[in-house]
Design a protein. Structure first.
Length: 146
């Protein structure tokens, strides 16, 4: 696991330890982390604070040219909301630790010019396995299903 995905994984672990959904993300520009975050829907009672949204929020306002040379790292394939945000800001590359627990829509992202890398990372898979065994209802709430 490279240092950027390690940072996203550490965010995911923090979310898990806080009682939330263990998904983490970092936004990287020119080899530097400019924003990091984790899913905080439970912790903050938010409807939209997924890990990717938290990382982008914590990066603050950036220029369009900054987003266009960024890389978004995330421990789980992004949902439609987070994918849409990446498309809105024209983030060209998303590196995803795993997509076993949530497959998302890779064809759509790729058709819009986003380069995707899926790592199939065993640590991230194990953390989600543990979470899903413990709190399946929380997971379904997070992805908008009953």
């Amino acid at each position: 696991m490279d240092k950027f995905m390690r940072a996203a994984y550490e965010e995911a672990k923090q979310g898990y330890e806080e009682g939330g959904v263990p998904i983490g993300s970092v936004l990287v520009i020119d080899g530097e982390i400019v924003g990091r975050g984790h899913n905080q829907r439970v912790q903050k009672g938010s409807a939209i604070l997924h890990a990717e949204m938290d990382a982008l929020e914590n990066a603050g306002r950036l220029k369009a040219s900054d987003y266009r040379r960024s890389v978004l790292y995330t421990t789980l394939f992004p949902c439609d909301m987070c994918s849409g945000t990446a498309l809105l800001y024209k983030i060209p590359k998303i590196i995803i630790a795993e997509n076993r627990h949530f497959q998302g829509h890779p064809e759509y992202l790729e058709s819009r010019g986003v380069e995707l890398t899926i790592l199939d990372d065993p640590e991230c898979i194990a953390l989600m396995d543990k979470f899903l065994a413990e709190k399946p209802d929380l997971w379904y709430e997070d992805i908008g299903e009953d």
